[in-house]
Ligand binder design. Structure first.
Ligand SMILES: [Zn+2]
Length: 455
């Protein structure tokens, strides 16, 4: 057994759509690529890259002559470093998968086949425990329930022998309350899927969706969990991944708030580990401006945590903050405030990162870090400045995930190898630091299976 056996065989942060390889796409769609409405992909691709691809020709060429055609398709699908840390570009490429899988006449068959391919590949790679997280863009209740029921049923069937496959439902951030209600109905109608559906997730674009908006929803979920622990749902939360709309302090605060609200695991949380000097150098005037409303939230946070922040060497000038708050309250919430960075502020931001990492460690919150994903779409400029270096040095619970191993062409094993290659941690030290990620699995609020009583 290799030293990093546990980390290599347990995947806690992965999206099934992003697991599909270019070969999978051809196998799934080659027979009816002419019938598919590709506009979701072609429009987004044209917006992001300035050229309009011809997916039908790409599919035909790859199917008839894989040696040349597959490489061509991969150019339009695999998201590499060269694509340049742009979520719009990533989404454009990801839309190739969505356009294919949502093809109406074959939707159910495609969803099943795609998920089965992903499960089979993970099994072949020796991964024995996976929590798949997946969202559904459908606006209607029936389509939402159908999609997640089909997916969970497949994973439920796949869980046998030494393979465990669990399901986390990603909610649409703009309709999280509605989606959560539908998840409850899904569990009501399909109690046999309760062991498989272990959590809910918040994914996709985070800018514009502050964790505080979900405070009431989180509270309700925790209440439900206490009332019916046998079907408790834990929360995973993508946060601090893409945050150019706000100051670095606010980005750190979002991670902290999500954890304090009770998210079990945070996806990425780059804001807690990327050095502030590197973060602000990523774009001209990066993180200098933020909305008045965001600044007011930060002021409230600083006043609330003043003693704890002071203990970390962060100066909280309460009278000055209150005066600033008074002035800002007369401005529109969407107005922008500008606060340039000085060395003292950068030093304090590093301390804020440490403060929050320590809080997370105390809360038991887990950070799921995804090396390749962070480098390619998370705006981490190079391996030397990857937040994982800070995370490894801290006491925070840490798991390594592949995120979208198909579209990044980087399976979990390669992510672990990346950590060994780009940090100075030996396999033994890293194995000790990470332990067995299965201890961070969802579903641990539920009574043990022996006592499980389906409603
Ligand atoms: Zn993710």
């Amino acid at each position: 057994m290799s030293l990093l056996h546990f980390a290599r065989t347990c995947e806690l942060h992965v999206h099934p759509g992003g697991c599909l390889t270019a070969e999978d796409l051809i196998a799934l769609g080659k027979d009816f690529c002419e019938d598919i409405d590709w506009r979701l992909f072609t429009d987004a691709y044209e917006r992001a890259y300035g050229t309009r691809p011809d997916p039908i020709a790409l599919f035909r060429d790859a199917a008839s002559d894989p040696s040349a055609g597959l490489d061509k398709l991969r150019e339009y699908y695999i998201y590499t470093q060269k694509d340049g840390g742009d979520f719009g570009r990533f989404q454009a490429k990801f839309n190739l998968v969505i356009s294919l899988l949502r093809h109406p006449p074959k939707r159910e068959e495609l969803i099943k086949n795609a998920l089965q391919r992903t499960i089979n590949r993970h099994r072949k790679e020796g991964i024995t425990f996976v929590e798949y997280r997946c969202g559904c863009s459908s606006e209607t209740r029936d389509a939402f329930l159908d999609f997640h029921r089909i997916s969970a049923q497949i994973l439920s069937r796949a869980s046998q022998g030494n393979t465990t496959a669990r399901y986390i439902i990603s909610l649409r951030r703009w309709a999280a309350q509605q989606d959560c209600e539908w998840v409850r109905e899904l569990l009501d109608e399909n109690p046999e899927l309760i062991p498989t559906i272990v959590g809910i997730d918040f994914a996709h674009v985070e800018e514009g969706y502050p964790p505080k908006n979900n405070r009431a929803l989180f509270k309700r979920i925790h209440q439900d969990n206490r009332k019916r622990p046998q079907r408790a749902l834990e929360i995973t939360y993508h946060v601090g991944e893409s945050y150019f709309d706000k100051s670095l302090e606010s980005a750190i605060r979002w991670c902290h708030e999500a954890a304090e609200m009770g998210a079990r695991r945070l996806g990425h949380a780059i804001a807690l580990g990327l050095d502030p000097e590197i973060a602000i150098a990523r774009r001209p005037d990066a993180h200098v401006e933020e909305r008045v409303g965001e600044r007011l939230d930060q002021i409230a946070y600083d006043l609330n945590y003043a003693p704890a922040l002071s203990a970390y060497g962060i100066q909280v000038n309460a009278p000055a903050l209150r005066a600033e708050r008074q002035t800002l309250k007369n401005r529109a919430s969407d107005d922008l405030v500008e606060r340039p960075y000085k060395p003292q502020r950068l030093a304090e931001i590093r301390n804020r990162q440490q403060f929050v990492l320590n809080r997370l460690a105390r809360l038991g919150t887990v950070i799921e870090t995804c090396p390749t994903s962070n480098l390619r779409i998370g705006g981490v400029p190079d391996p030397a400045h990857h937040p994982i270096h800070t995370f490894l040095k801290s006491d925070v619970n840490l798991a390594i995930g592949a995120d979208d191993p198909g579209i990044f062409d980087s399976p979990l094993a390669r992510e672990i190898d990346w950590v060994l290659a780009h940090t100075n941690w030996t396999p033994k030290a890293l194995a000790n630091r990470l332990g067995d990620p299965r201890r961070f699995r969802l579903g641990r609020l539920r009574p043990s299976r022996n006592h499980l009583v389906c409603p």
